[in-house]
Design a protein around this ligand. Structure first.
Ligand SMILES: Nc1ncnc2c1ncn2[C@@H]1O[C@H](COP(=O)(O)OP(=O)(O)OP(=O)(O)O)[C@@H](O)[C@H]1O
Length: 730
């Protein structure tokens, strides 16, 4: 195994010349003790003791003492310089890694296995740090001692040197037998540790789900599998690493025994003096000790080499080019956005955007709408330059987005994402992140515009309340409004909203929509949303389907066209929520019910009767509509809000679908009571209309063919196995 990271480390150290020079001086001084003291033995024995020269004895012993003092000082200097240099080089590496992380497009980071980067930044960097401080300096020192000692041995007696050379390789060859498996098992062990770390991290994130799904035992068993893998890999990694060290010492010991024997024969035959033999043996013992010290460093070096390989792979990972090399800084944009025949694919095969064309005038409020999966968020991702078009161009004020320098692009674009991602800082600092130079008044104005100012004042320390401390007290809606305030503070000429208000309650949504409307004409707003009611007054609505623009216009025009938009709109109408005006009559209109495919052929009387049977339930953010395994006795329609469909997988749980306003789920429960095979959890405050199985079965008697239509609808979703349940938005 070669320790390529050592060469890289030494190169890095050269950047700190002064400290590096002091480290080399310290190493040389230390080495001079190990090399000099055996040579002094020659004078002590041959001239001092054998010939009785007292003055030689005195200066030789004085020299020994002097070398010892120097060695002690050098040891201190070596520790000091090694730790200082080690930290500097490692922190430079951490800095490069963090920079690399920043350069990767967020979708690429999200696609990495959980725990992978945490292990890289944690355990891998720690393994390298330990090696560069505790293993590399000894490696340099003892390599120096070994090489210099060999030169001295050859000078003292070449016959004995040749004998030494014949037997000494044993100290290297025997451990080499174990070095390869040691490297392989160490790599496997690091992988096993990373996987177990990722599993624990995932468990922390999904702890509530584990409790609520009663998955503790399953998870424990899965963790047991990780532990067994660690057991196997760790046991072998430590065994082979240890054997490398032990066999090196054994090899050196065997070589010493042979050399002492041959040396004694040479001395007895007058071919070398006793003092020279002692000096020879002293140097040889020094080599043995140096090899021993090297081998204790080897397990650390093996770990570090594996860690280094992973770090290198990360640092060398190509970053998809998002900005041209000759990109230019732009001034404040007027806000014109053009998509010119834009094509995009995530996997290179399936076309996600298939020649998307549109033009947005400066200051317009524009909505991107369409069925789930039609490419709305992807189009927005291209506008954020998280992804790049495979073909075609995205133009801002006529400049290709790829030609715009990152800093000036970001200065011109504010973004509110579906998930309010807040930093571990105070509420004020989180808003300030939108425009770090802004003053307090601007922060407060942005918070007011986002409808969050009053709520912030009720927190223990107002704007200075740390987000983490207020976590229990900050609702999802409040977090989202803080994110909106952050984006508004930026006062960028383009504001991108990705389902920005879908988690808000109606009152907050109204405040935020009002603030967004007030941004015109200084700001172009592009909003991706499912909730069409929030964009009825928008200047332009772009309707996407299968990655193409299929309709465009204002709300009224689109309704008049009677196309896809009109269908989507109708699906979201005719349902009451708890927040609507006092109303009489059913919570869902018979006309809206008729839009549910399996009810479309029902008679008017059946629809009237059914519409009276729906009840309204509100699910707070994070609340479960039902859990996997619960009896399936209700059918649900989302009047407003958003839920996630969660299923258990071998590695935990997975969100398989997101359902929103107008979507329905649980139709199998209308026919018979089978346990739910997935859980439904409210992602935002959600209002659902539900119909119980008993009520439905009563009605179904009078409606011939309805039973068969429900079965067909269920089969269309889940295939022939009626017992499974995988809802999809409809
Ligand atoms: N990172 C990704 N890797 C691979 N495929 C992806 C990725 N993100 C989205 N897709 C796929 O690309 C298609 C378009 O997704 P996109 O999120 O743009 O649609 P959308 O209209 O915003 O959907 P939704 O309304 O459900 O959010 C979908 O089929 C989706 O599964």
């Amino acid at each position: 195994m070669t320790f390529s990271f050592v060469a890289g480390y030494v190169r890095q150290m050269l950047a700190f010349r002064g400290r590096f020079a002091l480290l080399i001086v310290a190493l040389l001084l230390e080495a001079s003790y190990y090399l000099g003291s055996p040579l002094l033995y020659k004078f002590i024995f041959d001239e001092g003791i054998t010939q009785g020269q007292q003055d030689v004895l005195i200066w030789a012993v004085a020299m020994l003492a002097g070398l010892l003092v120097l060695q002690s000082l050098a040891t201190f200097l070596q520790e000091r310089m090694a730790s200082a240099l080690g930290m500097k080089v490692m922190n430079a590496l951490r800095g490069r890694m963090y920079e690399k992380l920043q350069s990767l497009p967020p979708p690429l980071v999200a696609a990495r296995p959980q725990g992978d980067l945490v292990h890289l930044f944690g355990a891998d960097v720690a393994a390298m740090e330990l090696a560069v401080i505790r293993a590399v300096p000894p490696l340099l020192l003892h390599s120096l001692i070994i090489v210099s000692s060999l030169v001295l041995l050859a000078t003292i007696n070449w016959i004995l040197f040749l004998v030494t050379m014949a037997v000494l390789p044993m100290a290297v060859l025997i451990p080499k037998l174990f070095a390869k498996p040691a490297g392989v098992w160490e790599g496997n062990h690091q992988q096993a540790k990373a996987a177990a770390g990722g599993f624990v991290q995932e468990s922390l994130v999904t702890l509530p789900v584990i409790r609520l799904f009663h998955l503790g035992r399953r998870r424990q068993r899965a963790f047991g599998t990780h532990l067994r893998r660690m057991d196997e890999t760790g046991g072998r990694a430590y065994l082979f690493g240890g054997l490398v060290a032990r066999t090196a010492v054994l090899g050196a010991g065997i070589a010493q025994v042979v050399v002492v024997g041959v040396g004694a024969v040479l001395a007895v035959n007058g071919m070398m003096t006793a003092g020279l033999l002692i000096a020879f043996i002293g140097l040889l013992l020094g080599i043995g000790e140096a090899v021993g010290m090297l081998t204790t460093a080897i397990p650390l070096m093996i770990s570090a080499q594996q860690a280094h390989a992973r770090l290198r792979a990360f640092l060398d990972e190509p970053v998809p080019r998002q900005e041209d090399p000759d990109a230019v800084a732009i001034e404040r944009l007027s806000g014109e956005i053009v998509f010119e025949n834009v094509h995009f694919s995530y996997d290179g095969e399936t076309s996600t955007l298939a020649g998307l064309n549109f033009r947005i005038q400066p200051g317009q409020r524009v909505a991107l709408v369409g069925p789930s999966g039609c490419g709305k968020s992807t189009a927005l991702s291209l506008l954020m330059r998280f992804s790049s078009a495979l073909d075609g161009r995205v133009l801002l004020d006529g400049t290709d987005i790829a030609h715009i320098r990152e800093d000036s692009l970001r200065a011109n674009v504010g973004v509110v994402l579906q998930n309010a991602l807040l930093f571990d800082a105070t509420i004020g600092e989180n808003i300030l992140a939108g425009q770090p130079e802004a003053d307090d008044d601007a922060v407060i104005a942005a918070a007011k515009a986002a409808g969050i100012h009053e709520a912030i004042l009720t927190k223990p320390q107002g704007y200075d309340t740390p987000v983490t401390q207020a976590a229990g007290a900050l609702s999802g809606g409040e977090r989202q409004r803080i994110a909106v305030a952050r984006a508004l503070l930026r006062q960028a000429p383009i504001l991108l909203l990705d389902e920005a208000t879908s988690a808000l309650d109606p009152a907050s949504e109204q405040v935020v929509n009002g603030s967004v409307a007030a941004l015109a004409p200084a700001c172009t707003v592009v909003s991706v949303t499912h909730r069409l009611a929030s964009v009825v007054d928008y200047d332009l609505i772009l309707v996407l389907q299968d990655g193409r623009l299929v309709e465009t216009g204002r709300h009224d025009d689109l309704l008049a066209q009677g196309g896809l938009y009109s269908q989507l709109w109708t699906r979201q109408q005719g349902m009451a929520t708890a927040v609507s005006e006092e109303r009489s009559g059913p919570l869902i209109t018979p006309d809206r019910l008729a839009l549910i495919p399996f009810l479309s052929e029902c008679s008017r009387q059946t629809l009237d009767e059914l519409s009276d049977l729906f009840v309204l339930s509100r699910f707070a953010e994070g609340q479960y509509v039902f859990h996997q395994g619960d009896p399936g006795d209700h059918f649900y329609l989302i009047a407003r809000g958003c839920v996630q469909v969660v299923v258990p997988t071998a590695n935990g749980e997975q969100v398989v679908n997101t359902l929103r306003d107008g979507d329905f789920f649980g139709e199998l429960a209308l026919l018979r009571n089978v346990p739910r095979s997935a859980s439904i959890v409210a992602w935002a405050d959600t209002w659902c209309l539900s119909l119980s199985c008993q009520h439905f079965l009563r009605i179904i008697q009078a409606e011939p063919g309805l039973h068969a239509r429900v079965i067909a609808a269920v089969k269309a979703v889940v295939g022939d196995s009626e017992d499974s349940f995988t809802p999809s938005p409809r």
